[in-house]
Design a protein around this ligand. Structure first.
Ligand code: FAD
Length: 825
């Protein structure tokens, strides 16, 4: 009997592990049943009864019409009853975009070879030249203090440069006069600008993200494209996109702004148009925009366009000089100087052909917005966050080497090292995610879920990094002024968190909520069968999806258990993994199976209520996100040729992500509403306890060292950022001080030893280097080197002070003088 039970377990494990079809299960059960009946000698009658039951069940399960009639049609009926109705806007949001690697992670069986075979995203020569030329030049023109404090805007010559060089038309095809850049190049430009001035980065980012340009490219009529795209590309039009209203922020589909289809006079002719009333706020570039992309709900009470009266959300392009458009006032978003403000209009008449795509796109605005959201969301905020992380890695590392306390560079004090190591490792993972996500967009994907993951996690990690950076800098980070290169970034971080889908909502509603429907191999098929199909077609589709779904759950349950028992030893890896990262692939495969299993059981146990259980779905989303971030990190390690020097960064970031994923799963299980099920799930997912530990301190030290040491690893980690060569600039000076400090370490060591041996004694009011020179402890050249290093160091640790009015009077006088000069000219 013992052998029989072992045989049953083995059969279940093997068939389940490989997701065998029902026919194979049937044969296996038949063989086991035959063996049992022969060996146990139940007697003829019992054998006949058992065989009859088996044949009946086997027929029902293996003959689709029978299976449908007796099982799946009944489940379909229940499913139809419990499946909540979806609004049109929800449907359009779900249908928008594509799935990519997220579907693999959701399957429980990621195909690593497919991912690694994806070519490494690369810039073209032309794109690289743009980065090395106009972008470098623009960065050199930017002075963040002048922009954010003195002018509270970009200087006119900077605006002009941005327009003239085509920065506002990076995503506009060359045929329309744009730069026609890849997503990777667009991302590289925004990233580099973000390392210099968030105002410039945002001012460039917004016209290249979701807004008039992108909507026109995808949906515009030929006439609209021919008119507007060349003007947008050359900066002759400054666009903005106005969706958010005071009453509708996150719930943007609920905008109260409306248009009524009516006849009116336009340029002396009677035309069919709309009277639009709106009240928008927070609109980036709004105060300086010449072209307002406007979203509102369109109604046609007189049925002038057809039989429908409530047409739905509609997007139109409105020149801001149209009579009745109120625009120009500004908000002050956390001391950032990018243009942002409200705008409104009451009963503003506009012709129907101002609708993007023309009258036939009336009411299709939400579909258009959702269709275009993913690409922009995959680039703008993730990229600017990576820019922030790169600047923090490079400049905080430099400062931590230059600034000493307790006679030690602060970067070598373990507490500071811990924060610095975190920044460096996060930066590696963030950049890997940026590149992989932009690469997916260049492959033609519109990754709805992955862009949400990238947006959420990059902005959150940027916030973590800037918090760490602020702690490392102490008072130097707090006192604002031209010598503070971090304070504005710290102020900026909540903006990234809030825009393009506020983060709490993105984490708790979108990542798992949308992922569970879009990326799951069967759920969307089941839903469509239930809600969109009818009769035999619905029954066949549902039956097929549902039976495959059951096999999928069994497979993932068994894989989860097997991987858990064997510490992921049998979990899939790529065909030729690097030995040093092979185990990481295995752990992701294990997490993927566990996640897929947990997701299915959660949906089964909580049904539609899971959507409201945001604490659970947020954690499930975290698991999916961590797997994505790890995948990107491992791919980057491969793409860059397995550079061993970078391994500490990979190791720290990956281990940290595994630990976070594990904590998220633990959180799901601890709070699972069906306690008995939670216990079974815990046994399955963690049969040998929770395997992952936080990354080791020693690895954290190695990461910090990369930020503290000039060299290839630091340069690779911060590649693509702007590093000023000019010592008059605070970050240029910081870089120079960093190099000078390191070069001068042997001289400092001589000084330290001389003091220790009593050869020289520090004297108040005289610099130690000078005393050492007087005693011939160091040469004249060494003294020059030491004095330069000291001058740089002192200059770098300096903070700004101002007159009582913070210099406002002086600034205003200078601006007035400028205006007089400009008028005279
Ligand atoms: C600087 C800046 C620039 C902007 N630029 C533009 C622009 O150019 N064009 C434009 O149209 N809009 C723009 N916005 C608007 C931006 O997209 C919104 O601020 C954002 O959508 C959030 O809306 P809200 O601020 O009204 O917050 P609310 O919607 O009031 O949200 C408040 C909190 O509730 C959370 N929340 C809401 N719903 C849920 C839910 N179902 N589950 C869990 N949590 C939830 C949110 O995550 C947030 O934490 C900008 C905003 C800012 C601040």
């Amino acid at each position: 009997m013992g052998w029989f039970i072992a045989g049953v377990f083995t059969v279940i494990l093997v068939l389940g592990y490989f997701a065998a079809p029902i026919a194979l299960w049937t044969i296996a059960v038949a063989l086991l049943g035959y063996y049992l009946s022969v060996s146990a000698d139940f007697g003829f009658v019992t054998n006949v009864v058992l065989a009859s039951v088996f044949v009946a069940v086997a027929l029902v399960l293996n003959v689709p019409p029978l299976r449908r009639a007796l099982i799946s049609n009944r489940i379909l009926a229940i499913y139809r009853r419990i499946l909540p109705d979806m609004s049109q806007t929800e449907k359009e949001a779900i249908d928008a975009g594509t799935v990519w690697w997220d579907a693999d992670l959701f399957s429980g069986k990621p195909d690593w070879d497919k991912l690694l075979a994806t070519p490494e995203p690369r810039l073209s020569a032309e794109e690289q030249a743009f980065l090395d030329g106009p972008v470098e030049e623009l960065c050199a023109m930017l002075n963040d203090w002048e922009i954010t404090h003195e002018r509270q805007d970009l200087p006119p010559r900077v605006w002009q440069f941005i327009k003239d060089k085509g920065f506002l038309g990076m995503i506009i095809p060359k045929a329309y006069g744009g730069l026609g850049f890849s997503a990777l190049a667009h991302s590289a430009v925004v990233m580099k600008l973000s390392t210099r001035s968030s105002t410039a980065a945002i001012s460039v980012m917004v016209p290249n993200s979701l807004g008039p340009g992108e909507l026109l490219v995808h949906y515009g009529t030929e006439q609209q494209k021919n008119h507007y795209l060349p003007r947008l590309a050359k900066g002759l039009e400054v666009p903005c996109f106005a969706l958010t209203s005071p009453e509708a922020g996150s719930d943007a589909a609920a905008i109260p702004d409306f248009g009524i289809v009516c006849k009116g006079t336009w340029q002396g002719r009677e035309v069919l148009g709309m009277r639009v009333t709106w009240d928008k706020r927070y609109i980036t570039l709004g105060p300086v925009a010449t072209l307002l992309g406007l979203a509102f709900k369109l109604y046609d009470p007189d049925k002038l366009l057809g039989s429908q009266t409530d047409l739905g959300i509609t997007c139109a392009l409105v020149p801001t000089n149209t009579p009745g458009v109120n625009i120009g006032r500004r908000h002050l978003p956390l001391n950032q100087a990018f243009q942002n403000g409200p705008n409104s209009g009451k009963d503003v008449f506009m012709p129907l052909d101002w609708i993007i795509g023309g009258p036939e796109y009336a009411g299709k605005g939400w579909m258009m917005l959702m269709g275009c959201l993913a690409a922009g969301r995959a680039i703008s905020l993730p990229t600017s966050s990576v820019g922030g992380a790169k600047a923090l890695t490079r400049f905080t590392g430099a400062y931590a080497r230059v600034r000493s306390q307790f006679k030690t560079p602060i970067g070598k004090l373990e507490g500071v090292e811990e924060a610095l190591g975190r920044i460096a490792a996060q930066c590696y993972m963030m950049d890997a995610t940026r590149v992989m996500t932009a690469g997916a967009v260049d492959l033609g994907e519109k990754p709805a879920v992955l862009s949400a993951i990238a947006k959420y996690h990059m902005t959150e990690r940027a916030r973590d990094c800037v918090n760490d950076g602020m702690d490392i800098l102490g008072g130097k980070g707090i006192c604002l002024g031209p010598n503070n290169w971090i304070g504005r970034g710290y102020q900026l971080s909540p903006i990234g968190i809030t825009v393009e889908g506020a983060n709490i909502l993105t984490r708790t509603l979108i990542i798992f909520g949308q992922g569970a429907i879009r990326c799951h191999p069967y759920v969307l098929r089941e839903m469509r069968a239930a809600k969109e199909l009818q009769g035999g077609e619905a029954a066949r589709e549902f039956d097929d999806a549902f039976t495959s779904h059951i096999g999928h759950v069994i497979r993932n349950a068994i894989r989860t258990l097997v991987y858990g028992l064997t510490n992921s030893a049998f979990a899939p890896t790529p065909a030729n993994p690097a030995p040093e990262t092979k185990h990481y692939y295995r752990h992701v495969s294990r997490l993927s199976a566990a996640f897929a299993f947990l997701a299915d059981v959660s949906m089964l146990a909580m049904g539609g209520a899971l959507k409201r259980k945001e604490k659970i779905s947020g954690r499930l989303g975290d698991v999916l996100s961590m797997m994505y971030l790890v995948s990107a990190t491992l791919k980057r390690y491969e793409d860059q040729g397995r550079i061993r020097e970078d391994l500490p960064l990979v190791g720290w970031a990956v281990r940290d992500a595994f630990y976070r994923a594990q904590q998220a799963i633990d959180g799901v299980l601890s709070n699972f509403p069906v306690k008995a099920l939670a216990t079974v799930l815990r046994w399955t997912v963690f049969p040998r306890g929770m395997p992952f530990r936080p990354p080791l301190d020693s690895r954290n030290r190695d990461c910090a060292q990369i930020a503290l040491q000039p060299g290839a690893a630091r340069d690779r980690l911060t590649a693509g950022m702007y590093v000023p060569k000019n010592e008059a600039d605070i970050t240029g000076k910081l870089e120079a001080a960093f190099l000078a400090t390191i070069a001068c370490e042997p001289v400092d060591e001589k000084l330290r030893k001389a003091v220790k041996k009593g050869k020289i004694t520090p004297r108040p009011g005289t610099e130690l280097g000078q005393i050492a020179r007087e005693h011939n402890i160091i040469t004249a050249d060494e003294y020059t080197q030491w004095a330069r290093k000291e001058a740089l160091r002192k200059s770098v640790i300096k903070v700004d002070d101002f007159p009582q009015d913070y210099g406002r009077a002086e600034i205003i006088a200078a601006q007035e003088e400028d205006t007089v000069k400009m008028k005279a000219a």
